[in-house]
Ligand binder design. Structure first.
Ligand code: SF4
Length: 358
């Protein structure tokens, strides 16, 4: 066991921000040191978020048909990915979808639409949906994610009751133009800044696995720290067939865990959300990752399916956490009754005609 990550956690807890070399060190740990990194990051997580997990739910208001060319995105211009494509949901459909997420245990609803950015009419449409949603569910926290914002749109969303605005920087400035050419890194930063200045909580994160270097991952995290992003979704590339990044498999579960730990150490008091690609890339390390990150999406993503929502809640409970904002009794059954079931009897392999489970 090495003490250096424990010492790093001590320093961060004492108020000394992590330096870029510390972040690189975390990314480059050996497997022998991985649990030390997790333990150090977990101390910061516990200090700022205790045993809570924030549960977010995505509603894709408008899917596919985007004119932009983000290489990682299944909704991009020219994408051959076989995804759902539809134009704006009707307000009652959007509210019904959001209500399903709330019933499932989410406290934040993320209302997302594909596209370069909203028209003023689109902003009014979303403002109406948010108003209606908040009337039915006054405690819900709403994050809008509608693309690049024009002057005045963030203020309109804030006035309508939107709490947060998501616009990911996605990757380092030095890597941005390799993954998208139809808008600039500065455009993205401008939207995050507009949201923040309008009083919306800025939510901006990244996608790992886009062919970036370790240094570029660190660059992106420090940029998010400087931008003051309150919540940082960390996505892991899901390389859809039919997109330019089809077949890009650069991530391992351990790598994902290190990236999350690095994010926690660089931004100790910010919401670190395990976002798209959680199941695909963290796989059996999802539970360990919760000791570092403090937020997840429940259920499905924008264009891909996640694991069953009940499995997400079980993941939280099994690792000793509670859903932020949930009734604690409902969140953590004391007798485990909600998750126990009779063992499934073996009916294959030895003693049967059916192939073994191997
Ligand atoms: S990430 Fe957003 S802007 Fe880029 S292609 Fe996808 S939907 Fe369009």
């Amino acid at each position: 066991m090495t003490r250096r990550f424990d010492d790093l956690a001590d320093a961060v807890l004492a108020g000394t921000p992590a330096a870029a070399e510390d972040a690189l060190d975390v990314l480059r740990t050996t497997d022998d040191e991985l649990l030390d990194v997790v333990a150090a990051a977990a101390r910061l997580r516990r200090k700022h978020f205790g045993n809570t997990v924030k549960v977010n739910y995505l509603v894709n208001l408008k899917s596919g048909l985007c004119p932009e060319d983000c290489h990682y995105c299944s909704q991009r211009l020219g994408s051959q990915a076989d995804i759902l494509k539809y134009t704006w949901l009707k307000p009652d459909e959007a509210i019904e979808q959001a209500a399903a997420g709330l019933r499932g245990g989410a406290t934040r609803i993320c209302m997302v639409s594909s596209g370069r950015g909203p028209t003023d009419r689109d902003v009014e449409r979303v403002a109406g949906m948010v108003g209606a949603l908040k009337q039915e569910h006054p405690d819900v926290e709403v994050c809008a994610c509608l693309g690049l914002l024009k002057d005045g749109q963030a203020e309109r969303l804030r006035a309508a009751g939107v709490d947060a605005y998501n616009h990911n920087i996605n990757t380092a400035e030095s890597h941005h133009d390799d993954i998208v050419t139809s808008h600039t890194y500065a455009d993205r930063v401008d939207t995050v800044t507009k949201a923040k200045e309008a009083g919306l909580s800025p939510c901006s994160g990244l996608i790992a696995g886009l062919g970036e270097t370790d240094e570029q991952l660190v660059e992106a995290l420090f940029a998010l720290r400087d931008l003051g992003s309150d919540s940082i979704p960390v996505n892991f590339l899901m390389p859809f067939d039919g997109t330019p990044l089809e077949g890009t498999w650069d991530l391992t579960p351990g790598r994902c865990l290190r990236i999350l730990a690095m994010a926690r150490i660089v931004c100790p008091d910010k919401e670190i959300r395990i976002a798209g690609g959680r199941e695909m890339h963290l796989r059996s390390l999802q539970g360990l990752a919760l000791h570092v990150a403090n937020s997840i999406f429940l259920g499905d993503y924008l264009t891909s399916e996640g694991q069953a929502a009940e499995a997400d809640l079980e993941l939280i409970r099994d690792n000793g956490f509670v859903v932020l904002g949930a009734d604690e009794d409902a969140s953590v059954p004391t007798d485990g009754a909600a998750t126990t079931h009779d063992p499934a009897k073996r009916r294959r392999g030895a003693g049967t005609e059916l192939p073994a489970n191997a």
